[in-house]
Design a protein around this ligand. Structure first.
Ligand code: FAD
Ligand code: UDP
Length: 370
């Protein structure tokens, strides 16, 4: 008889939340990850100078889901933080999402909110359908703002033109005619007060969870450790890339500590749509609220090769994913959940929601064990 009811591969939000949910339902869970720390890409660490940084890219929590917010609140206190982003455009630092202030500073105008709305209405280009990210941007801010804020950044981030990406990518960024300069519009915007890794330590702290870091799924696959598996790694890798490799976008993170500087930049993130080789710089102390001497920043250099960080949302990739999804649906003793396993450009809260839903479903089902 296997020792566990569920083997969970991957201890990011997808795997860790699912593990906790199942353990609280009385199931015995073996949770593995090939990395040495839980948290997946959301994990944080202290750098050599004691500054809390996010080695896999800056993570800011935001959600409109009360269930997700309440659920995570069991495992962390929160620090109020609303993320703000400036874009270097034409030698100025301008707020993104584009809002009234962006328009006034960029064009040397003095528009009130109604006039800003009228300006946007005038420059918007009607599109017959919003299929690509180019359609979305042109339909919301027109040609000039598209070129200044979106086309170059998108080319750097994805190695693709806006017209080659699905609408949902650019649709992540709203357009505003008021002075709201918050990057996100969600109801709940916070950072875990003691960091993400502390949140994960509490998530995993349950007698029903056996946590084994440094363990690749491939090394335990087929050993019969549990009658059911939750897999949160790349779906194409699970199937040995038998239908071809799904494309992912990677990033090289260049971290730097500046010992003599109290504050490097005015906002958490500054984007560089048209200049520099990197897309953005994030200064962690804005996000974490940590004080003290020195500050740590990260520059993001997108690249094709490396750790699979982003699924690339475009029609041909979705078509290939759907073929993998059909194979996944036929794996009756395996559930696939998370950003890589579902090939979805999910934020953290969407992954938590998907994991809770899967946990609910699995707890309604009986396993060979229970
Ligand atoms: P992951 O976090 O990728 O975890 C998967 C885990 O599975 C990893 O730990 C991996 O090591 C493990 N694994 C994979 N394959 C195997 C295997 N074969 N064997 C063992 N283990 C395996 N979201 C937000 O809400 N706000 C943000 O500000 C934000 N910023 C982001 C910035 C960047 C640069 C990136 C890349 C993502 C960002 N996200 C953000 C998205 C967020 O990271 C994800 O939504 C979330 O962390 C995904 O959780 P997951 O568990 O699905 O996947
Ligand atoms: N984007 C852009 N210019 C910017 C910021 C974003 O063109 O200054 C576009 C780009 O295509 C990017 C997408 O909007 O990939 C989503 O941006 P977001 O900041 O949500 O990306 P993430 O934080 O997930 O990398």
């Amino acid at each position: 008889m296997p020792d566990f009811d569920h083997l969970i591969a991957g201890a990011g939000f997808a795997g860790a939340v699912c593990a906790r949910q199942l353990a609280e339902g009385g199931r015995r869970v073996l949770l593995i990850d090939r990395r040495s720390l839980p948290g997946g890409n959301a994990a944080d660490v202290l750098d050599a100078h004691g500054v809390r940084i996010h080695p896999h890219g800056p993570h800011i929590f935001h959600t409109n889901s009360e269930r997700v917010f309440r659920y995570l609140s069991r495992f962390t206190d929160w620090r109020f933080y609303e993320h703000r982003v400036l874009c270097e455009v034409g030698g100025q630092l301008l707020p993104l999402p584009i809002n009234r202030l962006t328009l006034n500073r960029l064009y040397g105008l003095d528009l009130d909110e109604a006039q800003a709305e009228a300006h946007l209405a005038r420059v918007r280009l009607p599109r017959p359908a919003l299929r690509s990210s180019e359609d979305v941007v042109l339909a919301s801010v027109g040609h000039d703002l598209c070129e200044r804020f979106f086309r170059g950044y998108t080319q750097k981030q994805w190695g693709l033109d806006l017209s080659e990406l699905s609408a949902g990518v650019a649709a992540r960024i709203p357009t505003r005619s008021n002075d709201d300069d918050r990057y996100f519009s969600d109801r709940w915007q916070f950072m875990p007060a003691a960091g993400y890794s502390a949140l994960f330590d509490r998530l995993l702290d349950h007698p029903g969870i056996d946590w084994r870091p440094g363990t690749a799924y491939e090394s335990v696959r087929g050993l019969g450790l549990a009658p059911h598996t939750v897999y949160t790694g790349p779906v194409d890798a699970y199937f040995g890339h038998c239908l071809g490799a799904l494309p992912y976008r990677s990033i090289r993170f260049e971290h730097e500590h500046l010992p003599d500087i109290a504050r490097f930049q005015a906002t958490g993130t500054v984007n560089y749509p048209n200049t520099r080789a990197y897309t953005r710089i994030t200064e962690f102390r804005h996000l974490t609220g940590q004080t003290g001497a020195g500050t740590s920043i990260v520059r993001e250099f997108p690249q094709a090769q490396g750790e699979p960080y982003y699924p690339i949302p475009r029609a041909e990739n979705e078509a290939l994913y759907q073929r993998y999804a059909a194979l996944a649906a036929a794996e009756h003793s395996v559930s696939f959940v998370g950003r890589l396993a579902q090939y979805r450009y999910y934020n953290m809260d969407q992954v938590v929601a998907a994991a809770l839903k899967l946990g609910d479903t699995l707890l309604r089902q009986t396993t060979a064990q229970s």
